[in-house]
Design a binder for this molecule. Sequence first.
Ligand code: AHR
Length: 692
Amino acid sequence: MIFRNKSLYFSVVLADRKVIQNANNRINFIYFAFYKKSFILLMKRTIQLAFLLLSMTLGSQLIISQTHNIQVEAKKAGSPIQKTMYGIFFEDINFGADGGLYGEMIKNRSFEFDHHLVGWLPFGNVKVLNDKPCFDKNPNYVQLSYQKELTGSGIENEGFKGIGVKANEVYKLSVYARCPNADSIGLKVEIINSKNDIIASTKFRFSGNDWKKYSLDLSPKSTEAHASLRLTLITRGVVDMDYISLFPAKTFRMHANGMREDLAQALADLKPGIFRFPGGCIVEGTNLATRYQWKNTIGPVENRPTNINRWNFTFAYKKFSDYYQSYGLGFYEYFQLCEDIGAEPLPVLSCGLSCQFENHDPKENCPVDSLQPFIQDALDLIEFANGPATSTWGKVRAEMGHPAPFNMKFLAVGNEQWGSLYPARLEPFLKAIRRQYPAIKVIGSAGPSPDGKYFEYGWREMKNLKTDLVDEHYYKDPKWFLSNAKRYDSYDRKGPKVFAGEYACHPKNKKNDFEGALSEAAFMTGLERNADVVNMCTYAPLFAHVDAWQWRPDLIWFDNLRSVKTPNYYIQQLYAQNVGTNVLTTTENKIALAGENGLYASSALDKNKNEIILKIANTSTEIRKITYTLNGLKAAVRKGTRTHFISGNMDAENTLDSPNTVVPATEEIGISGNTLDVELEPQSFNLLTIQL
Ligand code: AHR
């Protein structure tokens, strides 16, 4: 374009030399100007091109430098990882036991709630009495008498926010009954759906003036989440009834007085290494009288005294005046469940302090010099779990159906205690346990928070007392979890080991969303890397009924028929199913990945399965390219798996209606040589296994 204009100008000025001369000058000038302009332009273009090429080169170099070279010392088995590393913590909160894991479907089956007919709708002539009871520790029972017309007297139970029954499944109803006038009494039994239609019906015939147990099966013709159980007197006369109980015929592992199958199976599927029970704050009680006393939770289930649940009135916005503990799920059942799912039992006992959050009355703490009954409870518990069937408490266990010891190894004294009240009480427990049962590992508490003056004081005291492990609790936001992945890197290796006994990421919405789960996954690489000092960890709380919860987030949610596993559950499961036996040092540029470029990584060797397990979270919003080098490994073709856990939406949750919104996916992979290239999706958790 420029040169075409130049020749046109040249032809115009040729006629006049002067003009030409002038023109030449001008041309020269113009030429010069043109050339200068085009030269500059050319230069500009060249510079632009060069810049483009340079930036492309630099760019490609940048992309290359974004590949993270992670070195795994595959042949140097590091610190052992305890089998107890990843476990579960159960507390009867959110209707987790009665109305949840425990299979019983009748609320207040023994008429022992403070208001004896809570959960029951009486009609006609109904009284609650306690003379000549069937069970001395649960003395109340109900009396139905004929009134005016047949079918005029009865009671109806509402269950726990309804009774959930499935069509054609079998449900086992049992009742203790007597006929005070020695006549024979008929009782109609019905399951009613939420529209008041009868979906199952049968009859009892009671006779005699002595308490007897009666049982029958019911099979509803339709499925109902909010059914009720109606018992109606159908003959003239009087009947006394107690311990009215309804269980699904199918319980977990078909135990009598067993667990709700889907919920217990969800625990088994986690493959937990340790099982902490029965709490939490319910161990302490709102006061000493309502603390959890394990001896009240064993023996014949009908005669275990009912206790109020400490979570009954705790939160003003979430009051459940009908929240009690039947103790049908008691210490024997907890030990049995541990055995069924292969977890080490870890009971927690009261140290003589009432819940320090709830009760500030010093009289509600047992004085140090009066602790002996509490200490004896601890010693007796060890005998109940481990003693021979000939010992006092071992005999009780054997009579309950388990002659072989449960082989308990851990015991926690105190839940979340703080301040000087605690070590003063823990010390005499420790002395007595060490003297009689030196092999038992005793766990002390570092208080309710992961830092601060109570935490530091607690740790100092636990070190002085030489507890085997120290229980730390943290309910924190995602930022805290992400910035605490190095928390244990600098812990004292010579002191007690760490038990992260209660932890959960609490995002802003307090929901079980993907953000919380990913933050926990990232943080847990730091637990694994420090397995020499962190010996166990348990998420909290475990269960929540969608219609009756007090605390969230929680690991597993349920209603009366269904349950749903949260994203947090899947993280716990990925860790617990892939524990490994030894830590493998994992670094980029010689440092552990604990948040650098949003990456968190740890690796383990599993000597038993003969495999390497690589765990890596990418919390950044970009793809991260990784090249793993498995140092020391001979190049070979190997099989493996890759599990991705991604959502694309940090707020995503699983719900009862949509339980599979966020679930991990596993694919098989092949590896050749001793390097492995992986591309991590933004905001993802990844688990790779490599067969050796
Ligand atoms: O997990 C819920 C509660 O949190 C526990 O009962 C208590 O130990 C902690 O404060």
